[in-house]
Design a binder for this molecule. Structure first.
Ligand code: NAI
Ligand code: MG
Length: 372
């Protein structure tokens, strides 16, 4: 692996550009103070790209995204673009990136910073110190399987209404093995533990899922601890005792639900990072895109109120999972933790007792000071 890291920054729309400006400062800090070298280029996505090129993602931008070690994306969309035809909506730019880079593993961490434990919908003693990672298969399963559709069910007189809706849960062994490999690789950089979730008790695709995950474990990652759990029990365990998990790997549908539930264990939308990974490239790094979970927040855009932490923590994930810089990632996370412990808050993190919130760049200042 070379230790030069190429990054394509796509700030996008609304608060995307505002939070990304703080990430750029953090990148510069690591270049200056930790001797890392980044090749950073910046381009347009979403509405910003539509305004300039008439498309939410230009072909040249797509080509660049295919070549870099990691894409960092802010957010796309906004009311100005609601009238656009579906084919050029800002979100299509994001979908094109995910599809053409074939980002099949969606990573959603649920990390609870001690200072924010009271923001959780669960009790502090259940969530304090929580640090888990849900890996959701993103490009197959019931959202894509054929046959699908709504058909008339004329030959069935007992069917009141006369229609039938069909979706198909379909997974190939190869699709399961590749996302399982991602999960085991990630676990090696964390707590070395994977829990795979499916419904092997009632679904054949779940039986295949369990067998293939076990196969990848036994043949390629015997040193990582693997367990299996039915996804409904998994949902219960996530709210009963979430700290029992390290990495959870699951399919597209269950992952959609479980990652949204897990997100709420930690509080504000402004705190949630994510990543999407694809196949490992020649240089040993996976294709990767990192982005906050939140959108472009038109209600606060342009006011300097946005919390940049979700985007900054997305960059921490890039350090850990694309660049194998786990200690730098931990250093950045510790700086965020310290700033929160010191009581520095953007408006979205203000409790009922009030106080004075800092601006987007004020939060950036505080995180850089904590790094120093
Ligand atoms: P949103 O995530 O933009 O905002 C939801 C609420 O959370 C708003 O009240 C917003 O002010 C607040 N919020 C979000 N991020 C914040 C942050 N970093 N700091 C402080 N407060 C924050 O979702 P919404 O309002 O449903 O969508 C707005 C636009 O964003 C739409 O055009 C939507 O299509 C797009 N969108 C884009 C996403 C992406 O780029 N990945 C994801 C979700 C929505
Ligand atoms: Mg969802």
């Amino acid at each position: 692996m070379s230790d030069r890291y190429s990054l394509l920054i796509l700030p996008g729309d609304g608060i995307g550009a505002e939070v990304m400006a703080q990430v750029t400062r953090v990148i510069d800090w690591f270049a200056t103070n930790r001797g890392m070298s980044f090749d950073v280029s910046e381009d347009l996505v979403g509405g910003a790209a539509y305004d300039k090129h008439g498309t939410p993602l230009a072909d040249e931008t797509m080509a660049k995204a295919q070549q870099v070690d990691a894409v960092l994306l802010g957010a796309v969309g906004g009311p100005k673009y609601d009238v656009l035809d579906f084919s050029v909506k800002p979100e299509r730019g994001l979908l094109r990136l995910r599809k053409e880079m074939d980002l099949f593993a969606n990573l959603r961490p649920a990390q609870c910073f001690d200072a924010l434990a009271d923001f959780s919908s669960l009790k502090r003693d259940i969530v304090a110190g929580l640090d888990i990672l849900i890996v959701r298969e993103l490009t197959s399963g019931v959202y894509f399987g054929e046959p699908r559709g709504i058909h008339s069910d004329d030959n069935n007189p007992e069917n009141e209404g006369g229609r039938v809706g069909i979706n198909t849960q379909r997974y190939t062994s190869g699709e399961i093995r590749r996302v399982a490999r991602s999960a085991f690789e990630l676990a090696k950089r964390r707590g070395n533990k994977v829990c795979s979730m499916e419904k092997a008790n009632v679904m054949e695709s779940g039986i295949l899922w369990r067998e293939e995950v076990q196969w990848v474990h036994d043949n390629e990652y015997p040193e990582v601890e693997l367990s299996h759990m039915y996804a409904d029990n998994g949902a219960m365990q996530l709210v009963r005792n979430p700290r029992q998990f390290d990495v959870i790997v699951t399919d597209n549908l269950f992952g959609d639900l479980l990652s949204d539930a897990a997100a709420m264990l930690t509080g504000s939308l402004g705190m949630l990072p994510s990543a999407s990974l694809g196949a490992v490239m020649e240089n040993g790094r996976p294709k990767a895109m990192y982005e906050p979970v939140h959108g472009s927040a038109p209600d606060i855009a342009g006011q300097g109120k946005a919390n940049p932490i979700a985007c900054i923590l997305s960059f921490a994930m890039a350090l850990r999972y694309s660049f194998d810089q786990g200690s730098a990632a931990a250093e950045l996370e510790a700086a965020v933790e310290k700033v929160l412990a010191d009581g520095v808050r953007t408006a979205d993190l203000m409790g009922p007792d009030g106080g004075t919130p800092v601006s987007t760049s004020g939060m950036g200042d505080a995180i850089l000071a904590a790094l120093d």
